[in-house]
Design a protein around this ligand. Structure first.
Ligand code: MLT
Length: 288
């Protein structure tokens, strides 16, 4: 079914140049592809595709996406990964470097598990491969329920996610970058209630996916902001160890969980290096 899909399912946009291996960017929760704007400005010579997750930005609702894929409406990152794969194939992409930040990284791990032939390189940014503990899972379900109540009452979910600004931005950004803080607060205020609900339920249900990157015979990057309190150094090291082939672990100083928003030039530099390795690898190495 996926192979025969002719229309892209997810909202997407091409940026940068026309040629070369595509770089695909998967955004964080509960944002949309606008979060990559500053980073893309640094990489205008690359061919970049940004996607909106189901129910975020301009993408169709999760239930519509699941229906188009012939999957159940049960929230899952597998459905998101299948939608990414279908959208890439419908856009003429059969190999790409894929970067995912936080929730985007969870989707990338599911993509590595289910559609690894699409991957010419992987960048796991401010994310982790371990499943949640009980407390984190309960917190996600509570937020999903609050978002569903906000959806029913028509109030919008701004208040549900507003406290996230403190958690996703690093201390340096919070203290010294009021422009970035207000942009992130604005994005959070626009986060869609139904999107928040399915995504939190899907993230709560995700399994540990450390094995998804084992034996992935393509270049890899693991990156985190030094001030990221949501994705730890030990989680990053665990992924980098498994991504043995040409993998790099980079820590971005003075950035928190939204490293690509807080320090776009540094993250762009790391993605450029990964893209160069993947391009060289594609031209020489056998594929897995
Ligand atoms: C994100 O930035 O995508 C979220 O922090 C993901 C999560 O809640 O684990």
């Amino acid at each position: 079914m996926l192979g025969g899909m002719s229309e892209p399912i997810l909202a997407h946009r091409w940026h940068g140049s026309d040629g070369g291996l595509p770089l695909v960017l998967l955004h964080a929760f509960p944002l949309d592809r606008r979060m990559w704007d500053d980073l893309i400005d640094e990489l205008s010579d690359l061919r970049i595709l940004t996607l909106d997750a189901p129910g975020f930005g301009s993408s169709p609702a999760y239930s519509v996406v699941a229906d188009r894929l012939g999957r159940s409406g049960e929230p899952s990152l597998e459905t998101y990964a299948d939608a990414v794969a279908a959208t890439l194939r419908a856009s003429g992409i059969d190999r790409a470097v894929v970067a995912g930040l936080s929730m985007g990284g969870y989707a990338l791990l599911a993509l590595a598990e289910r559609h690894r032939s699409l991957l010419a390189g992987v960048a796991l940014l401010d994310t982790k491969a371990e499943a949640d503990g009980e407390e984190a899972r309960a917190g996600r379900l509570a937020m999903a329920e609050a978002a569903e109540r906000a959806e029913v009452s028509g109030d919008g979910a701004a208040e549900v996610v507003a406290p996230m600004a403190q958690a996703v931005l690093g201390g340096t950004t919070l203290a010294e970058r009021p422009d970035v803080v207000s942009r992130v607060r604005e994005w959070l205020a626009q986060a869609p209630a139904a999107g928040i609900a399915w995504a939190q339920r899907a993230m709560a249900a995700r399994p540990t996916r450390l094995t998804a990157v084992e034996d992935l015979e393509v270049p890899g990057l693991v990156l985190r902001g030094a001030e990221d309190e949501l994705s730890t150094q030990s989680s990053a090291e665990a992924m980098a160890e498994r991504l043995r082939r040409q993998s790099t672990l980079k820590v971005v100083p003075r950035a928190g969980h939204l490293s690509a928003v807080e320090s776009p030039a540094v993250v762009a530099g790391a993605l450029r290096a990964l893209h160069a390795s993947a391009t060289a690898h594609e031209s020489g190495a056998p594929r897995n």
